[in-house]
Write a protein that binds this ligand. Structure first.
Ligand code: 5GP
Ligand code: MG
Length: 170
């Protein structure tokens, strides 16, 4: 069940503002392409894109991780060329980093000018893949998190804050 927020909407807004300020400074004079990983990162990306003060483009990519070595499948690619672009890959949660590593590898093959990773939640202690996170909003505890775009079997994406769900999906 859903209890008190882990991170309330004011805390989220404050972290979004701080990351947007960092991105605006780091990409001053550039026009980054922010790529959100569907579906959970869409809410975070929407808020971030409104808060940055540099011109940026917004696009999405979708992958499904079937887990336990079964494989990761690219379901939907970005809709524009990424060669020569400054990419900011926006994710909802980086745990093992295996899902993100799959996406990073496919984007780097197309020779972007740069690629930085921005995540809402990070669990660095669970990392397997060698992934560098440039921007992160929160380090997440070992509870399954829902809300602010994150779902449990499709539910709770509409909640404006981040909550601990009592159980992990099977
Ligand atoms: P990784 O490949 O890094 O181990 O898995 C990251 C993905 O697992 C995230 O993009 C997300 O889809 C899912 N995930 C991991 N932890 C959580 C969580 O606490 N809540 C939700 N909703 N999804 C999670
Ligand atoms: Mg998910």
């Amino acid at each position: 069940m859903i209890g008190d927020p882990l991170f309330d909407s004011e805390s989220i807004a404050s972290r979004v503002a701080a990351i947007a300020a960092a991105i605006s400074a780091d990409y001053s004079g550039k026009r980054p392409l922010m790529i959100g990983r569907l579906t959970a990162a869409a809410t975070f990306l929407a808020d971030l894109s409104k808060a940055v003060t540099v011109a940026c483009d917004v696009d999405f990519i979708a992958v499904t991780n079937y887990g336990d070595g079964v494989g990761i499948v690219l379901e939907q690619d970005v809709s524009v060329p990424v060669a020569g672009r400054d990419l900011i890959l926006v994710d909802d949660t980086v745990d093992t980093g295996l899902t993100l590593q799959f996406v990073v590898k496919r984007l780097l093959e197309r020779a972007p000018a740069s690629l930085a990773v921005c995540t809402l939640l990070d669990r660095p202690h669970r990392r397997i893949a060698d992934i560098q996170i440039k921007y992160r909003a929160f380090e997440a505890p070992d509870v399954f998190v829902v809300g602010y775009g994150l779902d449990y079997l499709g539910r709770y994406r509409e909640l404006p804050a981040l909550y601990a769900h009592g159980t992990w999906p099977a």
